[in-house]
Write a protein that binds this ligand. Structure first.
Ligand SMILES: [Zn+2]
Length: 256
C-alpha cells in the first residue's frame, strides 16, 4: 500500500511522503506518473515501448525490414529506416532555417507515395492530464510542422498519441491513429501502458499488488513483470504471434 494510504486512511503516524523522492505525497498516481526518481528510467522505458510499437507498425506497412514480433524490434537511437515508399526517423532532430526549439518528435514518418509527413509524439501522462497533453503536443510542434511543410514541400500533420498511465485514452486518439493508416491497435498501446505502470507500482510497493489471491496461479506472471523492469526497453518475449496472454493477466490485475 502507499504511504499516503497509511497516513490518511489507516491513520498511522507516517508523513505520507513518497519513499523514493520524499517530496510529494505517495499516491498511486504519483508513483506511476509523477515521481522524478522514476522519470529517467521506468517512465522512459514505458514511453519507448509504445514508440517501438508504432514504429514497427509503420515499418510493416511499408515493407521495411523489421522483426516479425513488434516487441523484438529494438530501437537504437537515432535511427532512420527508408525505402522507396517511406522514411521513418526515430528521435532525429530536424534542421530548419529558423530556430525551432522543439525539432525532434519521437517519430517522423514520411509517406513518399502521398507526399505526406507525420510528426508523431507519444506521451504517457497522468490520467488526469490526457486532454491538456494532446493540446500541448499540437502546440509544441506547430512551428516545426510549418517549417517542414515549407522546406520539404510536403503536407505535414502533427500526431499526438496520448495514453494515460492506466491505459485511459481520449476519443480523439482514433482520429490521429486513423490518419497513419498503419493498422496500429490502440488497445495494444493502452495495454502496454497499463502493464508498465502496474509493474512500476509493483516494484515500488514491493510486489504486493501481484501477490494477493493469485499467487499460485500467476507465479509465472510475476517473474515476467520483474523482467520488464530489469530489462531496458524490452518486453517479455512470448513465443507466438498472438498477443501474449500473460499481458492480459497483468492488465486485469491492476485493480487497486
Ligand atoms: Zn516520488
Amino acid at each position: 500500500m502507499t504511504i499516503q494510504h497509511q497516513r490518511d486512511i489507516l491513520k498511522e503516524p507516517v508523513d505520507g511522503k513518497c519513499r523514493l523522492c520524499v517530496t510529494k505525497d505517495e499516491t498511486t498516481q504519483h508513483i506511476i506518473s509523477g515521481c522524478e526518481k522514476l522519470a529517467g528510467t521506468y517512465y522512459v522505458r514505458r514511453h519507448n515501448n509504445l514508440v517501438q510499437y508504432v514504429y514497427w507498425c509503420l515499418a510493416k506497412k511499408h515493407n521495411i525490414e523489421v522483426s516479425n514480433l513488434w516487441w523484438k524490434e529494438t530501437l537504437v537511437q537515432p535511427q532512420v529506416k527508408e525505402n522507396e515508399t517511406a522514411k521513418i526517423m526515430w528521435e532525429m532532430p530536424v534542421q530548419t532555417d529558423v530556430n525551432v526549439t522543439h525539432n525532434r518528435p519521437d517519430l517522423i514518418y514520411i509517406n513518399k507515395i502521398t507526399n505526406e509527413t507525420y510528426l508523431i509524439d507519444i506521451t504517457v501522462p497522468s490520467d488526469y492530464n490526457i486532454g491538456p497533453k494532446e493540446i500541448e503536443k499540437l502546440s509544441k510542434y506547430h512551428l516545426l510542422k510549418t517549417e517542414i511543410s515549407r522546406l520539404w514541400n510536403t503536407q505535414t500533420t502533427v500526431i499526438p498519441i496520448v495514453i494515460g498511465v492506466t491505459g485511459i485514452v481520449a476519443k480523439s486518439i482514433k482520429k490521429y491513429i486513423d490518419q497513419l493508416d498503419a493498422s496500429i491497435d490502440i488497445h495494444i498501446l493502452q495495454k502496454q501502458a497499463a502493464i508498465h505502470s502496474s509493474t512500476i507500482l509493483s516494484k515500488v510497493l514491493g510486489d504486493t499488488v501481484f501477490v494477493r489471491a493469485t499467487e499460485e496461479q500467476h507465479s509465472h506472471t510475476d517473474t515476467h513483470t520483474k523482467d520488464i523492469l530489469e530489462t531496458q526497453n524490452t518486453l517479455p518475449s512470448p513465443s507466438t504471434e498472438a498477443e501474449p496472454a500473460i499481458q492480459e493477466q497483468n492488465t486485469q490485475q491492476f485493480t487497486i
